[in-house]
Every structure is written in C-alpha cells, then in structure tokens.
Ligand binder design. Structure first.
Ligand code: AHR
Length: 352
C-alpha cells in the first residue's frame, strides 16, 4: 500500500472521529469527502529563530486538514543535505506539491529537476533558490531582503544626519545571518553599499546563523577586539537579543545616544521578542520581515492544482518600527515608507 493511501486512511479515520460523515437515504452512515485532499511535503530549513517558529506555524495552520491538506513536515536542522533528502522522499511518496523553505540559495538544480521530472510543483517560501532555469520552481512567496536592508541603512543615514553625527564617526559591526541565505545576502549587501556611499566604517562582518547564542558569543569576542563599536547591525532579532546580552554583561549600554557611548542596535524581523526590546529602547530600529506566508502559499497551491492563474513571485507586506520618532519616514526607490514609533498598543497586536 502506498504511503499516500495510508495517509488517506488516517484522514478518513480522523473525519469519522470528528463526525465528518453524512447519512444516506437508508440512514446508513457513509463517508462523503467533499474534495480530494492535497498532499504537501514541506521542507522547513530549521527552527533557528522566533521568526522561523512563526513561519512554520503559519504554514502548518494554512496547510491543515480542515483546509483540505495532508501535510508531511520535515525540519532540516539548517542542513541543505537534509532538505535534499526530504525532497527526494516527498517525490517517492508521490505528494501533490512540495513547499521548500531553502536554507541557502545555491545547490538546488539537481533535486528540483527530479521534482519537475516527477511532475510535482514546488513552491519556494521565504528565501530564494538560485537555479539555472526558473521553471524548476512553480512560485515563490517571501520578503524583499535587499529592500529591508536599504530601509535600515537609509534610516541610519537620516538618523545621524538629524543628530549632527557624521558618517565617518560610525564604527559598525555587522552580525550576519547564515551565509548564502537570501536574507543574509540582501541585508549584508545593503549595508556594504551604504557604508561605501556614506563613508561609514565597518569594523567587521561576522556570521552568527541567525542564532541568539552564537550572536552573543560573536559580540563578546568583538567587544574584546574593538573598543570603538557604536552600531551593531544584526541580521535578525535573535542575534540582536544575543548581542544586547553580551553588551550589557560587558557593562556597556545599548541605546541611540552614540555620542554618549551607547551602542546602537539595528535589527530585522520585528518578532514580539525583538519588538519588546524596541519598546525598552534597546533596539533602535526593527525592520519587519513577515513570517505569515501560509495564506499566500495555500492560495497558490489551490490555484496550481485547479489549473488557474497565480503569480510567480509574491512579496508579503512589511512595516518598520523604531524606538523613537527622530525619523518618521523614508523615500526609497521612489517609494515612501513610514516608520512607526513602537507603542504598547502596537506591540499588543503582534501575534508572534
Ligand atoms: O530568511 C528569513 C530569516 O531567517 C529571518 O530574518 C530570520 O529570523 C530567519 O531565521
């Protein structure tokens, strides 16, 4: 018996247990599934951050039994090899669709060709895949990481301008995400470009894999190595939290008054844990990276299955939050972005 059949039997059992049956004319109970269930294999790259946990939840909630899905979930624990193995298993299981949240951009051509040859559509979420032929994946849903980085850097440029600080006074430590991940590439490149343009000093760029403990260790080492760091550009909230812990344990203060010796923290994600630090004034700016991608993925899969139209690329909506209102808006690439000074009310509405 195929694994798919086993799943369907389990689902029918669940439907029976939940009373998902209809009565026939003779009064006998017969199962009448409304539509065919869609079997989806979801390869999630890991659980390294609060953002990732929220992203997994969002996908699991949308690709639920109630919503007509049978979800096969695999956590690759940050290893691309494990993602490739999971995709091959999904192909063997003859799933209807594969959802892939790739740990890095490169290295997907072979396995995605195998999925394509098996006739299985692949929806990429969050980070991107860099493949020789874009038809190797069906659609992508995620964030514009380069734009997120641009927002952070333009905010910093405006902020110091308003405070009368010149660019060459900035000594920035970059704590990067997982090297080769789209989120890292976009956010790092934006910082490097702006540093060149505005004459900021980059003391060092060090990866910490989006993980709190690793970022704390990196920050401890960097504080021992350099005494003049005044800005830390953290590529996610968990890294920012780790960096803050290290700075405070070293007896230094985080905040926006860099002329008084405070160290300014810039972060990405705007998860609840990060926003709490914004409210405390410990993260100066938090650029949102929206993990709630499940609804979009659900819509795309259903359209693909029904042979209807869908977008190849879908960007999720994102906001920007700051600890104070020195900079209230930015124009980037002819588009206006408002910066929300974080309040208790805004934080209360944050679900993850
Ligand atoms: O790819 C998105 C990034 O990955 C998020 O910023 C980070 O928190 C996550 O781990």
């Amino acid at each position: 018996m195929s694994k798919k059949a086993v799943f369907l039997i389990i689902i029918l059992g669940v439907m029976l247990a939940l009373g998902g049956c209809a009565s026939s004319d003779e009064g006998k109970e017969v199962i009448t599934p409304q539509e065919k269930m869609i079997t989806v294999g979801f390869s999630q790259l890991g659980a390294e951050s609060d953002w990732r946990v929220a992203n997994t939840e969002s996908l699991k909630n949308s690709l639920s039994i109630d919503n007509n899905y049978i979800l096969v979930f695999d956590d690759a624990q940050q290893k691309q090899d494990r993602q490739i193995i999971a995709i091959r298993k999904f192909i063997q299981q003859e799933v209807d669709c594969i959802v892939l949240a790739p740990v890095m951009e490169e290295g997907w051509d072979t396995v995605l060709t195998e999925a394509q040859n098996a006739g299985i559509p692949v929806i990429v979420v969050d980070r991107r895949v860099n493949v020789s032929d874009p038809s190797l994946y069906t659609a992508w849903v995620g964030s514009d990481f380069d734009r997120e980085g641009k927002i952070a850097c333009e905010w910093l440029n405006k902020y110091i301008e308003k405070k009368g600080i010149s660019g060459d006074e900035l000594n920035i430590l970059g704590i990067q995400g997982t090297l080769g991940a789209t989120a890292q590439i976009g956010r790092t490149n934006a910082l490097l470009r702006s540093s060149k343009e505005y004459g900021w000093n980059i003391v060092e760029m060090v990866p910490a894999d989006y993980a709190q403990t690793k970022a704390k260790e990196v920050m401890q080492q960097m504080l021992r190595k350099y005494s003049d760091i005044n800005v830390v550009y953290c590529e996610n909230d968990n890294e920012a939290i780790g960096a803050i812990e290290a700075i405070e344990e070293a007896g230094r203060t985080v905040g926006t008054d860099i002329t008084a010796g405070e160290i300014m923290i810039i972060s990405f994600d705007a998860a609840r844990s990060g926003l709490e630090k914004v409210l405390e004034g410990k993260i100066a700016l938090d650029v949102e990276c929206n993990p709630l991608q499940g609804n979009e993925v659900d819509k795309i899969i259903k359209n693909v299955m029904a042979g209807k139209e869908f977008s190849k690329n879908t960007y999720v909506e994102e906001s920007v939050f700051s600890a104070d209102d020195t900079v209230q808006g930015l124009i980037i690439d002819n588009k206006a972005y408002s910066i929300t000074k974080l309040t208790n009310e805004v934080l209360a509405g944050r679900e993850y």
